[in-house]
Design a binder for this molecule. Structure first.
Ligand code: SAH
Length: 257
């Protein structure tokens, strides 16, 4: 009998953002496959056998999950956040789409369940910076050449979209975030509102609201998601003194109905 591969995301970290569907998939699993750090975030009561691996071995991990399922196992592949956002869902489909995939994978069912991605969780904490059109870009140049990243940043900044930046600070390319900010500053004012969410939903979470010009020196690391506002994104100090960021739904030039 053939098994199944269900690709899930745990949400950013706290149990409250694990969806009920993802939680049921974990409860029904015989095997969990994922980066060890994420498997450690799976609730303790989940009894499935855990197959942890290094963060970089995504292709091998996806193939291992399909192999286990071909043996009849109910495999859950675990990502953080949403599994379709810079995570394992595409890695599993890439394996199935490879030239001559193993015949024994042909009866495996594959399902992807949605999760709460880091940008959504950060946005909610800060207010509503994603309240109008936005783009999501990874600054990682492991799988994408830097000139492509630069071109995309320039295009979305010119289009005045809010931009959520993932993987903002690779150790191999420490200057990439300030290079990215330089590209954004071609189209955005230095005082553009930026939200920095670090370890959102995890112990030690911080949410900071800064200006675009402050980002290069703000100590942004790989555990941070950076939401760069559009020309319309604003700061708001609420009656309790807390500062919020939001992007209004109405764009200038649109009359009130
Ligand atoms: N699938 C994940 C993203 C994986 S890429 C998701 O949907 O959230 C890894 C990047 O996601 C990190 O470099 C960081 O930019 C962001 N990220 C993931 N979890 C985060 C968290 N809890 N707090 C802040 N940023 C996070």
């Amino acid at each position: 009998m053939s098994g199944s591969v269900t690709v899930i995301g745990l949400g950013p970290g706290d149990a409250g953002t694990l969806t009920p569907d993802a939680s049921s998939a974990l409860d029904g699993a015989t095997d969990l496959v994922g980066y060890s750090t994420y498997l450690d975030m799976v609730p303790d009561h989940v009894a499935a056998t855990r197959h942890g691996s290094d963060n970089r071995e995504e292709a091998a991990r996806a193939a291992a999950a399909l192999d286990l399922a071909a043996d009849g196992r109910r495999v859950v592949v675990v990502s953080s956040g949403d599994p379709g956002v810079f995570a394992m869902a595409a890695a599993v489909l890439e394996q199935l789409d490879a030239p001559e995939p193993p015949e024994r994978w042909s009866d495996v069912t594959v399902e992807v369940l949605p999760g709460v991605t880091a940008a959504q969780a950060t946005a909610a904490r800060a207010g509503a910076p994603l309240g109008h059109d936005f783009a999501v870009i990874s600054l990682s140049d492991n799988l994408k050449p830097w000139p492509v990243i630069e071109r995309r940043l320039d295009a979305v900044a010119a289009a005045d979209l809010v931009i959520a930046l993932y993987n903002p600070a690779s150790r191999a390319r420490p200057h990439q975030l300030s290079e990215a900010v330089d590209v954004l500053l071609r189209h955005r004012a230095p005082d553009t509102v930026v939200v920095l969410g670090r370890d959102v939903g995890r112990p030690g979470e911080t949410i900071r609201i800064v200006s675009l010009a402050e980002v290069p020196d703000a100590g942004v690391d790989m555990r941070t998601v950076v939401i760069v506002g559009s020309s319309q994104t604003r700061r708001l100090t609420t009656s309790d003194g807390s500062v919020r960021a939001y992007t209004p739904r109405r764009y200038p030039g649109v009359d009130e109905a």
